[in-house]
Design a protein around this ligand. Structure first.
Ligand code: AHG
Ligand code: MN
Ligand code: MN
Length: 365
């Protein structure tokens, strides 16, 4: 007898296994159940906080040159343990591992690739702030995978993802997931251990008055980003003629979750702070899965100059500029980039016109 609620496994069976798609019989649901098991284990570990003995630095550095926290490593290990054994994966890539993780010979190999950020926003750990995990699933194309996979197998544009999702560890733990038929949110019922569908077919409002950006980098931004943020800050006395609100949580998961719930824009744009870096966020396991979820919810995700899901990765840990969220706002920021590249934005970005001025032509809607 049904209780009227949809658990994650019921959702996956109905969405994937009972459909006659090629993915149906291939074990994607089983893989996602294993990913969900990782998330439940991480959630339990995080809930113990400082009592779990996992706070502080591991005194090691990851491939990005960032200091690893003990929990970065512990959560990475949790993903590996829960997902390596099931015979569904050909390899894994993580923010916390330099190279592709080959499935040990003890286990059979499958046809999926899992890329993940086991702990996003880890600077929030010590302040008991919101953190998350992000994951992306691709299917191996071309090369034989029974002997494992090389980097090249992972270097596929984000529109080829067969599933993407994140977990947010806040006052409640949620799993937000897309297998290509919309973006859906599940809340962890802790005492039972089930993920229950609570947010079906999430839609991002097309317009918004909220933006998120690390404003301490302002002096390194490109003119189109300065132009947009300045207009937001000008509020109702500027060309947007309405007030905007600003948020910065320093966890992409928390920002994207807020945008899925009530709209807004999140930006970690190209900047000139570290000229060699193309952006702050990593394409394979941050930008790509989040862009998939955002697009599946009716939003847009761009680098400023192209759709993130069309970027073909050149390296496992490649970074990319990210601008995502409410459709009309992101489209406006994209237009500002193309106007800048064409030299057509001078009236809006010249220092003479920084303030609202009689000289400022009416901004296009
Ligand atoms: P991670 O903790 O996985 O390294 O990712 C943190 C990322 C992202 O989640 C967040 O938006 C951004 O870094 C925070 O950047 P600042 O340090 O500039 O606030
Ligand atoms: Mn991250
Ligand atoms: Mn991380």
């Amino acid at each position: 007898m049904q209780d009227g609620r949809t658990t994650l496994s019921k959702f996956l069976i109905n969405t994937l296994d009972r459909k006659s798609s090629p993915i149906a019989a291939s074990g994607l649901s089983a893989l996602l159940i294993d990913v969900a098991a990782s998330i439940k284990t991480i959630s339990a570990a995080l809930t113990r906080g400082a009592l779990g003995g996992n706070y502080g630095s591991a005194e090691t550095v990851n491939t990005h040159g960032e200091e690893q926290k003990k929990l970065d490593i512990a959560t990475n290990d949790i993903f590996l343990q829960h997902c390596e054994w099931d015979g569904l994966l050909a390899g894994m890539v993580s923010e916390e591992m330099d190279e592709v993780y080959a499935i040990p010979d003890t286990w059979p190999r499958g046809e999926y690739l899992l890329a993940f950020d086991p702990l996003d926003g880890s600077s929030n750990i010590d302040i008991n702030g919101v953190v998350g995990s992000i994951f992306s699933v691709l299917r191996v194309t071309g090369e034989p995978h029974d002997a494992g996979v090389s980097d090249a197998a992972f270097l596929r544009p984000g529109h080829e993802q067969v599933a993407a999702g994140y977990a947010i560890y806040g006052p409640s733990t949620m799993l937000v997931l897309s297998v290509g038929n919309g973006t859906h949110g599940f809340t962890l019922e802790r005492d039972v251990g089930n993920f229950v569908l609570t947010h079906s077919d999430i839609r991002i409002p097309e317009d918004s008055c909220e933006f998120a950006i690390n404003a301490s980098n302002e002096r390194f931004w490109e003119p189109p980003v300065r132009r947009y943020v300045q207009e937001c800050k000008d509020g109702r006395s500027g060309c947007r003629t309405r007030d905007f609100n600003m948020r910065w949580i320093a966890s992409m998961v928390a920002e994207v979750h807020r945008i899925l719930m009530r709209g807004g824009v999140f930006m970690y744009p190209r900047d000139f702070k570290t000229p060699a870096m193309e952006g702050r966020l990593r394409l394979l396991y941050e930008a790509s899965p989040m862009s998939f979820l955002v697009e599946q919810a009716g939003g847009l995700a761009i680098t400023g100059r192209e759709r993130i899901l069309d970027v073909v990765p050149r390296a496992l840990h490649q970074r990319v500029p990210v601008i995502l969220g409410s459709k009309n706002e992101v489209a406006r920021i994209g237009r500002y980039h193309s106007e800048y590249d064409r030299g057509a934005d001078k009236p809006y970005t010249s220092p003479l016109f920084n303030e609202r001025s009689l000289f400022l032509p009416e901004a296009p809607a």
